[in-house]
Design a protein around this ligand. Structure first.
Ligand code: GLU
Length: 299
């Protein structure tokens, strides 16, 4: 891997303050970028105002700075990128693969339930294609979906190796533009990773299930596919992913390097006896560079 060409990023959604789980993702992406002597970008994924917590964007940026994360370039806000998402949507529409869908979430759930009770219990519903060949008469477009097919999507994850996903079996035709008129995360993330020249996406394994859709969109749009590394996700005492929505405790830079050490320990790299971030990062980067995380980057 050419070190000079490495561009990584951390892309939090401002649905709440940074918590111990998001700090793990931030730490892993930062360490990987710095260990490769690459650039590390900060992108605020604020394209979903209804889910946004007031003040969260500014709080996340300030907390990262106090923990000594030094981002390269300007912080990008997805809320300012509407024109780029629209242009990508129109390019996808020109392929003939995009269609309007009149289904409510309830209708999708009901038809899936009729098809298979087993499937309906899984967390994510597979869209059954109800509006694929046209919406029912008298119904109006709510969301816009992109058609998928049975061809396997393949990519490499630096931790888990070759990955294969049949999108028709995992998600079905998926949403690019939501019923509330907002752009879907899957579209925005693909557009921005390419626009920012991101070569390496390092993020939590909870987003592994989105990667197939992202690779599919990259191919349709003629965009490069970055390298991916999905790191394990921190779980709470009930074995559930920590999340801002479920009120995970915010990390506090007033606690010194303890939260950074907790993240480092979770990543299997021990703890560092530093009094402040300035003392923490050089040693943390050295450890990452000498760890299996790094050698997984080679192939
Ligand atoms: N904004 C997403 C989140 O906070 C992460 C996007 C990504 O890393 O691809 O869950």
């Amino acid at each position: 891997m050419s070190r000079a060409s490495y561009v990584g990023r951390f892309a939090p959604s401002p649905t709440g303050p940074l918590h111990a789980g998001s700090l793990v993702a931030a730490t892993a992406s930062y360490l990987d970028a710095r260990a490769h002597r690459g650039r590390w970008l900060l992108r605020i994924e604020d394209l979903d105002p209804p889910r946004e917590a007031r003040g969260a964007s500014a709080a996340i940026i300030a907390t990262l700075a106090r923990f000594g994360f030094a981002h390269d370039g300007e912080v990008i806000h997805q809320s300012a990128r509407d024109a780029a998402y629209r242009a990508a949507f129109e390019r996808l529409a020109a392929t003939g693969l995009v269609y309007p869908c009149a289904c409510t979430r309830r209708e999708v759930a009901d038809s899936v339930l009729r098809g298979s009770r087993e499937r309906a219990r899984t967390a994510e519903l597979i869209y059954p294609g109800s509006c694929r060949n046209g919406m029912p008469v008298g119904r109006e477009a709510r969301a816009w979906r992109v058609r998928v097919d049975a061809r396997p999507i393949t990519w490499r994850d630096r931790r888990t190796g070759e990955m294969v996903e049949r999108l028709d079996e995992t998600v079905g035709d998926f949403v690019l533009r939501r019923a509330d008129g907002l752009w879907a995360y899957q579209l925005a993330v693909v557009v921005d990773d390419a626009w920012q020249g991101v070569t390496d996406v390092v993020r939590g394994a909870d987003l592994g299930g989105s990667t197939g859709r992202q690779v599919y969109l990259q191919r349709l749009l003629g965009l490069p596919t970055p390298r991916y590394l999905h790191v394990p996700v921190l779980l709470d005492a009930r074995g559930e992913k920590l999340s801002k929505q479920t009120g995970a405790a915010p990390v506090d830079a007033g606690d010194g390097v303890a939260p950074l050490n907790a993240a480092l320990r979770f990543l299997g790299l021990g703890e560092i006896a530093a009094v402040d971030p300035a003392g923490f990062w050089p040693e943390a980067i050295r450890r990452w560079a000498g760890s299996p995380w790094m050698s997984r980057a080679a192939s």
